[in-house]
Design a protein. Structure first.
Length: 188
């Protein structure tokens, strides 16, 4: 007998992806015109159906709901059926708009459905973490990169000025306006 996955169970990678996407959307909320972003929750639709959404944004100007859906598809762009499902959820919840997050973006038909239903496509690489990510949205790209510095350097700043008398560059100390050659007080 084949074992079945428990209905509703999701792989750990998908949960982590949703959490990272929600975190990045929260940190970029203003750029989407959102007052704030909340995590996974269930919302009642006008149809009577209860919808689980990956995140919810609330608009700054009118408190309207923006539904967020995350799809960590790594082998193909999202199809129009995927975006159509989100469009129906948006309509049933009586939300104003949607954001769909995926690693590869949208196929042509999906992009048409998104445009017609006020859905923004956001790309987030599939292996994203809170510190390492590539997050592309609204013609912007945010990167999270971690690394180690293996060398060190010592920097000594110097302030260089132009002598007001002869125009030569000189190292400024204090409030001097003249170089050593032109300033009689520095004569040895």
């Amino acid at each position: 007998m084949k074992s079945r996955k428990k209905q509703g169970a999701r792989p750990k990678a998908s949960l982590a992806y949703e959490e990272v996407a929600t975190y990045l959307l929260k940190s970029s909320a203003k750029e989407f015109g959102l007052k704030f972003v909340e995590g996974k929750q269930k919302l009642q639709g006008a149809s009577g159906a209860l919808w689980e959404i990956d995140a919810k944004g609330v608009r700054e100007d009118n408190d309207a709901i923006v539904v967020v859906e995350c799809r960590r598809y790594t082998t193909s762009k999202l199809k129009q059926e995927d975006v159509g499902g989100l469009a129906f959820r948006i309509a049933d919840i009586e939300a104003e708009a949607g954001i769909i997050v995926s690693p590869l973006g949208l196929q042509a038909g999906a992009a048409k459905v998104a445009a017609a239903n006020n859905i923004i496509s956001v790309k987030l690489n599939a292996e994203s973490t809170l510190s390492e990510f590539a997050f592309q949205f609204l013609d912007k790209l945010r990167l999270g990169i971690t690394g180690k510095v293996l060398s060190s350097a010592r920097v000594t700043p110097r302030l260089i000025g132009k002598c007001e008398k002869c125009g030569k560059d000189f190292e400024v100390s204090g409030d001097r306006l003249l170089c050593n050659d032109c300033d009689p007080s520095t004569a040895v």
